[in-house]
Design a protein around this ligand. Structure first.
Ligand code: FMN
Length: 281
């Protein structure tokens, strides 16, 4: 299995280099950049030479000649990278509006600039109802879908849950996704974007706040609550925000960044990145 480390998220550089097994002093393999760390895969390159990038398991990889100065450069870039904000879409039904608001918020978050931003769609994840035999605290996952979901949450430093309001509460699918994991959520800030009718999804948010504290997450007070949400979606399905929406989105992002810096002063991005070097067999 050629993967080491986490996936590339957007706006992160793909390191490129030239593979030259004959060059002395070079450690050559396949590497990729990630905000949390720089890692090199076990040396199972698809192509032994050239600069063409490769796609493995849906991730973009590039051959890189890992020389000492490049290692140093990778370390510096990693130390400078931003915390990862995962925006989780909490509805999965056909015709849902969740992705529209999540996509709008994502572009706001990218413009904000304080995070590397990742969109997580529970509809794509397709987690079954919790099917792990052990309590998540034990971290003894037997299913690949749990391990994958755990990696996604683990590499994230902060979250925004995009939640509908269903019968004065939040969605079952979001509760299920939360319950799958434990330590992966801990000591991370979380904000909420809710939408609905007269209550703007705030009843769902109040319930969520109670649940996330059981996981040692830190909910921020600032939130985006969208009442009678259809008024903010035009005929083409695009979100047309008003001032209150954009201001509350920016305020929540500011607060998430502030709290993340406080509770995760040594996030993985700030720690010494792992750089493994080796030679292809
Ligand atoms: C099962 C169900 C229950 C709902 N209950 C509420 C509710 O309690 N409060 C509310 O404001 N809207 C409620 N709605 C309307 C939702 O706000 C609206 O359908 C919204 O589009 C749901 O989000 P989604 O499209 O991302 O699934 C409910 C919708 C469904 C499907």
């Amino acid at each position: 299995m050629p993967l080491a480390g986490s996936v590339l998220t957007e706006r992160q550089p793909v390191m490129t280099g030239r593979h030259d097994p004959a060059a002395p002093g070079e450690h050559t393999g396949w590497a990729f950049g990630h905000s949390a760390r720089i890692a090199q895969a076990p040396l199972v390159p698809r192509r032994q030479s050239g600069e063409a990038i490769a796609e493995l398991d849906g991730q973009i990889w590039a051959p890189v000649a890992v020389q000492p100065n490049i290692v140093e450069q990778l370390r510096k870039e990693s130390a400078m990278s931003k915390p990862v904000l995962a925006i989780v879409i909490g509805s999965t039904r056909p015709g849902r509006v969740g992705p529209k608001f999540a996509t709008w918020f994502r572009s706001r978050a990218i413009d904000h600039g304080g995070f590397d931003v990742e969109l997580v769609d529970l509809a794509t994840l397709k987690l079954p109802f919790l099917d792990e035999p052990s309590h998540p605290r034990m971290h003894q996952y037997i299913h690949q879908h749990t391990i994958d979901w755990g990696h996604t949450v683990e590499r994230s430093d902060a979250f925004v849950f995009v939640t509908p309001e269903y019968n004065f509460g939040y969605s079952a699918v979001l509760k299920n996704a939360i319950d799958y994991l434990s330590q992966e959520w801990a000591d991370k800030a979380v904000g909420f974007l809710s939408y609905g009718g007269v209550a703007a999804g705030t009843r769902a948010v109040q319930q969520l706040k109670q649940v996330v504290t059981a996981l040692k997450m830190v909910p921020v007070a600032e939130s985006v609550n969208i009442p009678f949400f259809t008024q903010f979606i035009d005929d083409s399905g695009t979100v047309r925000p008003n001032d209150a929406m954009t201001r509350s989105a920016d305020a929540m992002l500011d607060e998430l960044a502030r709290v993340t810096a406080l509770i995760r002063p040594k996030t993985p991005v700030a720690s010494e990145p792992e750089v493994l070097v080796g030679r292809p067999d």
